[in-house]
Write a protein that binds this ligand. Sequence first.
Ligand code: FES
Length: 232
Amino acid sequence: MSARVMAENQPASFAFNAEMQERAKKIVAKYPAGRQASAVIPLLDLAQRQEGWVSRPAMERIAVMLEMAPIRVMEVATVYTMFKLAPVGRNHIQVCTSLSCWLRGSNDVVKSCKDKLGIGLGEVTPDNAFSLEEVECAGACVNAPVIAVGDDYYEDVDYASTGKIIDALKRGEKLPPHGSMTGRDNAAPAGEKTSLTDDPTKPIPKQDFAAAKAAFEKAKAEAAAKAAAPKA
Ligand code: FES
């Protein structure tokens, strides 16, 4: 279960920079008058993209912008693990340990991260290069277990593939393309297909509805005749 604790050390204030302020303005304008609070998640996301995490002053600023009670913004920010409540490392690794990922081996994935980074969940390396976080369902259960590096999801990971990703990050190398680490085709079954086995690129054979209707009518007439026939 991921811990949702706001950082003890908070900045004195927060303000969106000019670019983010402009983006925030456009996001808020998408909602009808009186419904600006609906922009709370995208604005929290903007604050995080600017600062790397969401501080209490950022939440308070967003509350003012959206005419919400600050506690309402805090409720949203503290419930979703996508929002970081404390500063994170330059490479922030999130490991999903919710049910599907746990059943498919997230304990091994967490161990791989700890072994490679020498830190525990919720910790940052001394050089600030990495941070490790346990998160709730990342919404990619079908390809569990899943880790996220920044905005990218690496799916179908295990001890070894997680270690390779971290090694590549340490060496500053280009990471493998995100997605399944086992070569699975998007969210197709991990093994053989058991359904939808037809080639979707082939045209669907035309059905002869007239023949099907004639066969139905014939069967209906036969059943009626059989029912009307005198019992032997
Ligand atoms: S349980 Fe891990 S992505 Fe859903």
